[in-house]
Write a protein that binds this ligand. Structure first.
Ligand SMILES: Cc1cc2nc3c(=O)[nH]c(=O)nc-3n(C[C@H](O)[C@H](O)[C@H](O)COP(=O)(O)O)c2cc1C
Length: 324
């Protein structure tokens, strides 16, 4: 087969593009210790024992000398949310590492903080491969995370859509009263417990518990309320601020008290807004690990679950007003 026309080359490239791959960033350091990296989809596994991987680097790459001289490299399998980073590392010569979180690995290659899988490798072989060099590395350490990978197919980025498994695995062992970690209700509860941790920690740092927080949130929507009315509004949460807790909040300046009625004091409102901001910031950080499509789909599924499991919804949860 000849590749003597641009058209023939394009057709060959298109045929190769039929093979769907992940996307990686390969990194190393140059003679001055500066970080170097390129986007590479040619990564693949070679051997389990010894653990070997390979990828190929274009001979005209500006990073070629660094990769061949260093004797080590790191491979980062990118997450679905790292398309911009992939594009950045695919542009020759740019300051690719600006604003990218990384640290130096044990062999000297820069290790990026975000990835689905990361392999630190000592270069074992270099093979001639036409207009590329084939680098084979022995993996000295690796780390993998349960995140959606970025894919590349037909010259475009793509996202994984797993096929449903033919036989769903049983999630609840009724005989022993146990459930597996793919039991949806377990996942929803645990995700809530873990994602609300920054909020709980912020409150604890101010000497407040969930009951006090919910009192602040409820009073921000409806005030004044008596201790009894607050208890009614919060009964479903299992977090009830008792009379002593409310008086304590009033005396520490979080609430105002007029007769039996409690209302938010300015300090209480500030504390509530600060706590909500911590939750928002945690959500924004979490979102960096997912694509916009994944977030939208997760919200859609959760809204549908809420709709289907509806029934008698306590006031605090309505219209997204819930504070926890
Ligand atoms: C999805 C994708 C996959 C790529 N795969 C490879 C690859 O496997 N090997 C390679 O040498 N270049 C690959 N490239 C191109 C390099 O990332 C690009 O040429 C880069 O600019 C080289 O950087 P440098 O010249 O600064 O070394 C790929 C680019 C993209 C967008």
């Amino acid at each position: 087969m000849t590749m003597d026309t641009a058209e023939a080359q394009r057709a060959f490239r298109n045929a190769l593009g039929a093979f769907a791959t992940g996307v990686t960033i390969a990194t190393t350091s140059d003679a001055e210790g500066r970080p170097v990296g390129v986007t590479a989809s040619s990564f693949n596994s070679v051997s389990l024992d010894p653990p070997l991987v390979l990828w190929s680097l274009a001979k005209n790459s500006l990073s070629r000398d660094a990769f061949t001289a260093a004797g080590h490299f790191a491979i980062h399998v990118l997450t679905a949310a790292q398309e911009d980073l992939s594009n950045r590392f695919a542009r020759s010569g740019d300051d690719k590492f600006a604003d990218v979180a990384w640290h130096c690995g044990e062999l000297g290659s820069p290790l990026l903080d975000q990835f689905v899988a990361r392999f630190e490798c000592r270069t074992r072989h270099e093979y001639e491969g036409g207009d590329h060099i084939i680098l084979v590395g022995e993996v000295v350490s690796y780390e993998a995370r349960d995140e959606a990978p970025l894919l590349f197919h037909g010259g475009r980025y793509a996202e994984r859509r797993p096929r449903p498994t033919a036989t769903p695995t049983p999630t609840v062992d009724t005989e022993h009263g146990r459930f597996g970690d793919d039991f949806l209700f377990y996942l929803i509860s645990r995700a809530h417990f873990q994602t609300s941790r920054p909020t709980r920690e912020t409150l604890a740092a101010h000497g407040l518990g969930m009951a006090q927080y919910l009192a602040l949130a409820t009073l921000s929507m409806e005030a004044p309320l008596t201790a009894l009315e607050l208890a009614e509004r919060l009964a479903h949460t299992g977090h009830l601020p008792d009379a002593a807790a409310l008086e304590e909040m009033a005396s520490s300046g979080l609430l105002t008290q007029d007769g039996d009625g409690y209302d938010l004091a300015e300090t209480g409102r500030t504390r509530l807004i600060e706590t909500l901001a911590i939750g928002k910031a945690a959500e924004a950080e979490l979102a960096t690990h997912f694509t916009a499509a994944e977030i939208a789909e997760t919200k859609r599924v959760l809204r549908r679950i809420i709709e289907l499991s509806g029934g008698d919804i306590p006031m605090g949860w309505r219209d997204g007003a819930a504070a926890a």
